[in-house]
Design a protein around this ligand. Structure first.
Ligand code: NDP
Ligand code: 8X3
Length: 253
């Protein structure tokens, strides 16, 4: 099977939008996440709608053994992964450093950094064997600038930015493209997760702006991964028009 795209965190938001975008272009997909029902629903929907093959893999990216078990046990036809979208991730809390919860920090670092490392390490042997591949790493404006009460989340996304650059250097000899995508405000389940179910605070994140959607980011990732073989976009920062960077917003009054 050709054209296989592995998308982590495909059960909502940007990952789910990527799954729909790539499915519409007839890519076969491996989709991952912890919520099995959502994975199964998405598989059924995409296979019926686009006549492609979808393999759902349910695991927590923080669990190193679960990641390697899932990827190492792929059948030969699913090993031919052309594109890996390292998207699974989260923010937890928006607290000043001295008040922040150690468990929140550990979960963010274990998911956003360790999880990305495990998945990538498990997948790259297939790309190396093919002498080609494309890895897309989901960073953030939070990985470009540190903001107040961003501490642990910013640290995790600065690490993603560093890993993105490090991978590009080390995997150069294997003809593997590496692209960092760094969005600003995208309206997904992200803020609801960050504010632990407080929907009023979560929705206030987008007050007075038209935020990006998961589909906007999926469009950009699709573009980056469909350029000619000799072209690699290294790094992109994408914000809503009403957001300049991690700090400055032009909110409607
Ligand atoms: P969502 O909360 O909508 O989606 C997050 C996805 O990550 C879900 O599919 C979730 O699946 C998965 N995920 C989270 N933790 C784990 C885990 N431990 N193991 C496996 N999968 C996990 O948020 P977004 O779509 O917005 O976020 C996607 C990425 O984009 C994240 O890396 C985020 O940091 C980044 N980002 C988001 C921005 C935004 O404003 N929304 C801006 C910049 C970057 P499940 O719960 O089923 O496991
Ligand atoms: C999500 C964007 O600004 O909330 O990564 O950190 S921000």
């Amino acid at each position: 099977m050709n054209n296989i795209v592995l998308i982590t965190g495909a059960t909502s938001g940007i990952g789910e939008a990527c799954a729909k975008k790539f499915a519409a272009a007839k890519h076969n997909l491996i989709i991952t996440g912890r919520r099995k029902e959502r994975l199964d629903e998405l598989k059924t929907h995409l296979e019926n709608e686009y006549s492609i093959a979808v393999l759902p893999l349910c695991f927590d990216v923080q669990n190193r053994d679960a990641v390697f078990n899932a990827i190492n046990n792929l059948s030969a036809e699913w090993q031919n992964i052309a594109i890996l979208i390292n998207n699974a991730g989260l923010a937890l809390g928006r607290d000043s450093f001295e008040d922040a919860d150690l468990n929140d920090w550990e979960t963010m670092l274990n998911t956003n950094v360790h999880g990305l490392l495990y998945i990538t390490k498990a997948v790259i042997p297939f790309m190396i064997a093919n002498n080609k591949g494309h890895i897309v790493n989901m960073g953030s404006v939070a990985g470009k600038e540190v903001y107040e009460k961003g501490n642990g989340y910013c640290a995790s996304k600065f690490a993603v930015d560093a890993l993105n650059r490090a991978m590009r250097i080390d995997l150069l000899k294997h003809n593997i493209k590496v692209t960092g995508i760094h969005p600003g405000a995208v309206e997904t389940e992200f803020s609801l997760v960050r504010y632990k179910g407080d929907s009023a605070t979560a929705s206030s994140t987008y007050n007075g702006i038209t935020p990006l959607t998961g589909a906007d980011i999926a469009e950009v990732i699709f573009y980056c991964t469909h350029l000619p073989a000799h072209v690699c976009i290294n790094d992109l920062v994408i914000t809503p028009t009403q957001q300049a960077d991690a700090f400055y917003f032009n909110r409607n009054q």
